[in-house]
Design a protein around this ligand. Structure first.
Ligand code: S3P
Length: 168
């Protein structure tokens, strides 16, 4: 039986795009933890950050991931870039199935997330400095949490998808 696949990695690494493609190819549901939070609250992520702060968002994220971990059916789960910060989530994600780290450089990220208005952590800041700071804080955590890492730099989504499929 197909196992659950969890995609982790920084903002703009392609977790949602590749997650959708992967789910379609494997004929299993695609689930996006950010989207579940938006569905539950009825507001977008910037609004949640505005009202509840990052801490409130993280609590919601942890709750969604804990609930998903209890589901038996396989899925492709795309997580938010900061989901791995909470050790509880790291444990849950690894218990769910195969965890893949979509790795991209800050240079590549810059091209993809410029002009983004839906990511509160990237607003009103020097984008490159911020992305570098986040990468320093998180990249080793992605590495430790994942069973496998795939680099997406310079690759189209279908090429990343092919690499993943070869490895499953
Ligand atoms: C975040 C990434 C976002 C979203 C929220 C916080 C982060 O998801 O969960 O804005 O801390 O890196 P994406 O990685 O899908 O952009």
């Amino acid at each position: 039986m197909t196992r659950t696949i969890v995609l982790i990695g920084p903002m703009g690494s392609g977790k949602s795009t590749i997650g959708r493609l992967l789910a379609a190819r494997l004929h299993i549901p695609y689930v996006d933890s950010d989207q579940l939070i938006v569905n539950h609250t009825g507001v977008d992520i910037p609004t949640i950050f505005e009202i509840e702060g990052e801490a409130g968002f993280r609590e919601r994220e942890a709750k969604v991931i804990a609930d998903l971990q209890e589901q038996a059916n396989p899925m492709v789960l795309a997580t938010g870039g900061g989901a791995v910060l909470d050790p509880r989530n790291r444990g849950h994600l690894r218990q769910m199935g195969r965890v893949i780290y979509l790795d991209i450089s800050v240079a590549e990220q810059l091209k993809r997330v410029r002009h983004d208005r839906n990511r509160p952590l990237l607003q009103n800041t020097d984008l490159e400095t911020r992305l570098e700071q986040i990468a320093r804080q998180r990249n080793h955590i992605y590495q430790q949490t994942a069973h496998w890492r795939v680099s997406g730099d310079g690759l189209r989504s279908d090429q990343v998808l092919r690499r993943i499929l070869r490895h499953l």
